[in-house]
Design a protein. Structure first.
Length: 175
């Protein structure tokens, strides 16, 4: 009986002494490369890609942060106007809302008692005038004349106009 295990299948590539050194050469290079790791060029390319990605994320993150700060300033002013009207109504005393430095403050007129204070984020400005609220919970006529054209809140992403009603309702409109 003949030993067929030594006979290559019909579809196999011919193997002979002339192909073995070439195969051994490629195999040894592959093995050596897998043992040695990354080349310095490959590492530099990876670091460059990571640097670009980090710069993009930092740039996008800063814009999102600026937008959130502007929204926070708008909400603070809206809530402070509402709180001023509510405090005047509930306490039966005049209250005032004013900008002191970077702080939006609501105080009782007369006693000067602080009811609420909110700091505006850096980079956000406003033309908020001093508003006086009377006991029925509405803005005094003199104060309302100051906000007829609205209150502006400006940041790096643009300007928002806050439209104030006589009873302290505030609606934000992007300009």
């Amino acid at each position: 009986m003949e030993d067929l295990s030594a006979v290559p299948p019909a579809h196999a590539e011919p193997r002979g002494p002339e192909t073995e050194p070439v195969e051994r050469l490629f195999t040894s290079r592959r093995e050596a490369r897998s043992k040695r790791g990354f080349t310095i060029i490959e590492m530099l390319v990876i670091l460059a890609i990571l640097g670009v990605l980090l710069a993009l994320f930092a740039f996008m993150g800063r814009g999102a942060l600026d937008t959130q700060q502007e929204k926070a300033a708008i909400r603070s002013i809206q809530q402070s106007v509402w709180q001023g009207a509510s405090a005047a109504s509930a306490r039966g005393r005049n209250t005032e809302l004013k900008l002191v430095g970077r702080n939006v403050e609501v105080r009782e007129v007369g006693s000067g008692r602080l009811i609420r204070t909110e700091e505006l984020p850096n980079g956000v400005t406003t033309n908020l005038p001093t508003l006086v609220f009377t006991p029925p919970g509405k803005i005094s006529d003199a104060s309302f004349a100051l906000v007829e054209d609205g209150i502006t809140v400006t940041g790096s992403k643009g300007t928002t106009r806050l439209v104030v009603s006589i009873i302290g309702e505030v609606i934000a409109e992007k300009e």
